[in-house]
Design a protein around this ligand. Structure first.
Ligand code: ASP
Length: 409
């Protein structure tokens, strides 16, 4: 590891701290930093579509046994997401954050209309999610930053290339390998800007929330709800996933966290799994030495469809809303929440606050009022950061597990 790289992590940690302090004590200055934070975010996002398309095509094309890797990946996503939703249901039932009737009294008309604006025209169901997987036009999807159909296209393209025979596919494999190398080079340059980028993003976000005082008063009313979300995410991210990593990938969780720390801090700062993807791939493949064939496939796919943190959050939030409105949930309703929260997490894009929108699916499935979302809006930007970090951590652990159990195919 060269000196510049080893200094990067402490610099990012300092960036997070400087951002938080600036936003808390000098909110106006913090808000002014938004412009620079936005530039950094755009640079990261600029790399996402080329990275996803090239790496998935290359990963699938070079994979010797796609069926087995694909199956293991889907199995890992399904089992870990199911475990995280179960933890969410358990924690929120135990803490009962919506148990006190005063909470509903804090709901203002403003909150109601903000909730209505958020969910307007976004009534996504299973059908919509399926539809979002294919596109009539890959270029349109690329311009609209719809990543899921691009993943499907790249997957099919990589599979087709792998069937063409070595002679036909070899020239393209060389081109794609060079493209992949060049994209990762640019990613490294952008990563070098991370300390400044995260400092500005956090300063602006905390500043926008009105600084430290506003932050505390905002949290006061629904502190128990925040506690339930963070406790659930903590159990999943700090206990369950490290155990999975240790048992199935035979890796030391502390060392693995260290390799992934730049990605995790960026996930926390940006609240976007997709924008973080360049760092997730660089951490897992280059630092933690997950085989590129597996990492190139599992990580971009995971950034869009595998969201343990979001799934857990959806379950906690919906049950919280049920508690606030005093709607009893029987075991059938809990099973429906379990299934739809998983679906809502798969359907959520890897962008900020996407989970809040797909929550419509879960709320409507058990007949809860959509306006309940209004109660969560003030703190969602903060909880989004915690759940996005767990989302990225879940993808990273998945890459190591699938890699190990597939013998680095
Ligand atoms: N922001 C999350 C992510 O990018 C999605 C969500 O809103 O839950 O992973």
């Amino acid at each position: 590891m060269n000196n510049g790289r080893s200094l990067l992590l402490p610099a990012i940690i300092a960036g997070v701290a400087v951002g938080a302090v600036t936003g808390t004590f000098f909110p106006d200055t913090g808000v002014k930093a938004e412009f620079i934070g936005g530039l950094f975010l755009d640079l990261l996002k600029m790399m996402v579509i080329p990275l996803v398309m090239v790496s998935i095509t290359l990963g699938v094309m070079k994979m010797r046994d796609f069926k087995s890797v694909g199956l293991k990946t889907v199995l890992y996503y399904a089992v870990t997401t199911a475990v995280s939703v179960t933890i969410g249901i358990f924690v929120v039932s135990l803490i009962q954050p919506g148990g006190s009737p005063e909470i509903l009294g804090t709901m203002t008309d403003e909150m109601r209309s903000a909730a209505a604006m958020k969910v307007e025209g976004k009534n996504a169901g299973a059908e919509e999610i399926l539809k979002s997987m294919v596109t009539p036009n890959v270029f349109m999807s690329a311009t609209e930053f719809q990543i899921l159909p691009l993943i499907v296209f790249s997957l099919l393209f990589g599979l087709a290339l792998s069937r063409l025979g070595v002679k036909e596919a070899e020239p393209l494999e060389r081109v794609l390998t060079a493209l992949d190398g060049a994209i990762m080079k640019i990613v490294h340059w952008v990563i070098a800007l991370t300390p400044v980028g995260v400092a500005c993003i956090i300063a602006a976000r905390v500043g926008k929330a009105g600084g430290g005082d506003a932050l505390f008063s905002m949290a006061a009313g629904i502190a128990k709800y925040m506690l339930a979300v963070i406790a659930g995410l903590g159990i999943h991210g700090l206990i369950v996933l490290p155990i999975v990593l240790f048992l199935f990938a035979r890796r030391n969780p502390v060392a693995y966290v260290r390799h992934m720390s730049k990605a995790l801090l960026t996930a926390f700062s940006t609240a976007s799994s997709s924008a973080t993807l360049p760092l997730t791939m660089s951490g897992a493949i280059e630092e933690a030495k997950v085989s590129p064939r597996v990492g190139n496939f599992v990580l971009p796919l995971g950034a869009t469809v595998n969201m343990d943190g979001t799934a857990l959050y959806e379950a906690v939030a919906v049950i919280f809303i049920a508690q606030v409105y005093a709607v009893p949930l029987d075991s059938t309703a809990l099973v429906i929440i379990f299934l739809t929260a998983t679906l809502a997490a798969i359907g959520a894009a890897g962008i900020p606050e996407a989970g809040l929108v797909t929550m419509v699916i879960v709320l409507s499935s058990v007949g809860l009022p959509l306006e309940g979302i209004g109660l969560l809006l003030s703190v969602d930007w903060l909880l989004d950061r915690f759940r996005t970090t767990v989302n990225v951590w879940g993808d990273s652990v998945g890459a190591a597990v699938v890699d190990r159990t597939s013998g680095g195919v």
